[in-house]
Design a binder for this molecule. Structure first.
Ligand SMILES: [Ca+2]
Ligand SMILES: [Ca+2]
Length: 305
């Protein structure tokens, strides 16, 4: 399912594999070290011995590129759940070989990028970003006076950014280094990809990778929402947006290596967070065969998958 959205993260295709974050569980950059020190200070403030911080090192996940052999597939569908999302019509598409990150981009990886480049995200520049109401503290909620028409569950939160995912009273502490980075705009995502020597995937490449070689299936593993009775993706359970029962184990984001991979070895292609691709968004697609489509030449919004 496709969404047009203003936040979340990136997956990249490699052009040449440049420098990547050192995710061996140790300090690999200034920001990462800041986070480790923050954890130990907080432990002491809590009156607990800082050995606890040393005994459980911040967990990180080493990302890597997976080579995907190109081929043809049926992109989109003739039976869209929401026609306004622009997922139709089904059309035959060919993509060339490409590489893709195995995991969504983690906070540790994004911290390494920021530490190396001094990059300031657009959410940090604007001074706010949108957060799901359910994830906010009562204190943050009490200061919000606006909402989005047609999507009132997204609230504009002062100070929300990748460093403070639920606003000023939240932080990307050591226990979230292995979670996907959020509040990343399309422009931020493009800069991150340039830093690692890659680019955003096209929508066609992303969908081809997400399908994992399967045709005409609802999910990257098949048609069952609960294969073997288990949750294989992090989504919302319960009545949206009032009640999230978190039967999959997570109310918010999950670590980027949670849940089984698809047959290409890629994780969380469904669920967890939406991912930017390079294309301009459009609801009008040709039903003719296309080779390496890149989307419309211009537009107003970019696509999240
Ligand atoms: Ca969930
Ligand atoms: Ca995802």
């Amino acid at each position: 399912m496709l969404f047009v959205c203003s936040v979340f993260l990136v997956l990249c295709v490699s052009v040449s594999q440049g420098n990547t974050a050192d995710d061996n569980g140790h300090c690999s950059d200034e920001r990462h070290c800041d986070l480790e020190e923050e954890l130990e200070v907080n432990d002491e403030e809590d009156g607990e011995h800082s050995d606890r911080g040393r005994a459980s090192e911040p967990r990180t996940v080493k990302n890597e590129f997976v080579r995907i052999a190109g081929g043809e597939f049926v992109m989109g569908t003739d039976k869209p759940v929401l026609p306004q999302d622009g997922e139709g019509p089904a059309r035959r598409v060919r993509v060339s070989d490409f590489s893709i990150h195995r995991y969504e981009v983690s906070n540790a990886e994004f911290a390494a990028f920021v530490s190396d480049t001094g990059y300031v995200t657009e959410a940090e520049t604007f001074g706010n970003s949108f957060v799901l109401e359910m994830l906010l503290s009562e204190s943050v909620k009490s200061e919000i006076t606006q909402a989005v028409m047609n999507a009132p569950w997204w609230l504009p939160v002062e100070g929300a950014s990748w460093r403070h995912p639920e606003g000023g009273d939240s932080d990307v502490t050591a226990d979230r280094l292995d979670h996907p980075v959020v509040h990343v705009s399309w422009n931020d995502a493009v800069r991150f990809c340039e830093w690692i020597g890659g680019r955003l995937l096209t929508e066609a490449e992303w969908e081809y990778a997400a399908r994992g070689g399967l045709e005409d299936r609802l999910f990257p593993w098949g048609n069952s929402a609960l294969p073997r009775g288990e949750h294989w993706m992090n989504i919302w359970q319960g009545d949206f947006p009032e009640m999230n029962t978190a039967e999959d184990g997570y109310i918010g984001t999950a670590p980027v290596d949670s849940f089984p991979p698809n047959s290409y070895g890629l994780l969380n292609m469904a669920g967890n967070v939406w991912e930017w691709v390079g294309d301009w968004w459009s609801i009008r697609h040709s039903d003719q065969f296309q080779s390496d489509p890149v989307g419309p030449p211009s537009g107003k919004d970019k696509v999240c998958s």
